[in-house]
Design a protein around this ligand. Structure first.
Ligand code: IPM
Ligand code: MG
Length: 367
């Protein structure tokens, strides 16, 4: 079976970090794991070229390939565009039309980076949690929405809406993942103030009782959950939550690991005809316009996103582990981009030098 991949580097540091991923893809290609790669535009660069943050043609390709790998979208240049033209709409269209309902955001702390965390080393060393964020519904997409008038003042409206089946399918994704990990799920919502939160908890409990009684299930209010993530993060295995809470909690969890430049994500949908899930992989970090084009960006989050693609789309778990191992080697050796420079100082490497180091570590592991 051919392995097809659509690469959407996007804006800001996206193209720079993606260039390093291309080298990693070629490295595996030269060793028998080949990919049929196509490339297109998303975000502000697509708006500049085509007047839309994602063309129908790019959307069609995304639907047809095994996996999409995205860099980042957005930047100050496009901030004043109409809502529908904004770079972020390109990403949200991909998520929605591919129906990528389960967003997997691991927060793992590499031992070599434990001192970069905003928390004390012993709270984060060895941390390995996974946030499963619902990605295609909730307040991001609910109707009605918009800014209108009520008498003589403006009203902003967004709707938080979840159907049972939307909750059930993302809950299953979380329980399935937990079974391959430490077998524990903590579900987070705000049932104390939201009816949709009451339904969320009920449905999660029903799916659990009927299909996953072997998995340990707990519940937390999302605000208390946020507090626990920074108080004692290692208590968590899998956290299951909705689109908006997941957006916030995953950024909070990201900082525990030392740098946003380290964190990958996978967004998965239903299986396609060939058995592989609809899938999009992207780093959690954004387009970082302040450092774009300077060769300073850390390519690791994007490369780790490719590792997730190897694992979840291409059934290449051994290769994924090898790539993650190579990154660990490089960090152990002390190779650091600017975002990973601690109080002890030193000279940061460039984006492409980090790529060089990772390829060398892969060579060493393959030897
Ligand atoms: C994320 C981002 C996106 C989101 C933006 C860029 C639309 O913050 O993936 O977490 O809010 O989902
Ligand atoms: Mg976010």
């Amino acid at each position: 079976m051919a392995n097809t991949l659509l690469i959407l580097p996007g804006d800001g540091i996206g193209p720079e970090v993606m260039a390093e991923v291309r080298r990693v893809i070629d490295w595996f290609g030269a060793r028998g794991l080949a990919f049929d790669v196509s490339e297109d535009l998303v975000g502000g660069c697509s708006y500049d070229a085509h007047g839309t943050p994602l063309t129908d043609a790019a959307m069609e390709t995304a639907q047809a390939v095994d996996a999409v790998l995205l860099g980042a979208v957005g930047g100050p240049k496009w901030e004043d565009l109409d809502f529908a033209d904004k770079p972020e709409r390109g990403l949200l269209r991909l998520r929605k039309e591919m129906d990528l309902f389960a967003n997997l955001r691991p927060a793992q702390c590499f031992d070599a980076l434990a001192d970069f965390s905003s928390l004390k080393r012993d709270l984060v060393a060895g941390l390995d949690m996974m946030i499963v964020r619902e990605l295609t519904s909730g307040v991001y997409f609910g109707e009605p929405r918009g800014v209108s008038h009520d008498g003589n003042e403006r009203v902003g409206i967004n709707t938080h809406r979840y159907t049972e089946s939307e909750i059930a399918r993302v809950a299953r994704a979380a329980f399935d993942l937990a079974r391959k990990r430490d077998n524990r799920v903590c579900s987070m919502e705000k049932r104390n103030v939201m009816e949709a939160g009451i339904l969320w908890k009920d449905v999660v409990e029903e799916v659990h009782a009927a299909e996953y009684p072997d998995v340990e299930l707990t519940h937390m209010l999302a605000d208390a959950g946020g507090m626990q993530i920074v108080r004692a993060p290692k208590q968590f295995d899998v956290i299951l939550t909705d689109n908006l809470f997941g957006d916030m909690l995953s950024d909070v969890a990201a900082m525990l690991t030392g740098s946003l430049g380290m964190l990958p994500s996978a967004s998965l949908g239903a299986p396609m005809e060939n058995g592989r899930p609809k899938a999009l992989y992207e780093p959690v970090h954004g387009s970082a316009p302040d450092i774009a084009g300077q060769g300073k960006a850390n390519p690791i989050a994007c490369i780790l996103s490719f590792a997730m693609a190897l694992r979840y789309s291409f059934d290449a778990g051994d290769e994924a582990a090898m790539l993650e191992g190579a990154i660990e080697d490089v960090l152990e050796q002390g190779t650091r981009t600017g975002d990973l420079m601690g109080a002890e100082g030193g000279t940061p490497v460039s984006t492409s030098e980090m790529g060089d180091a990772i390829l060398a570590a892969l060579d060493a592991r393959a030897a």
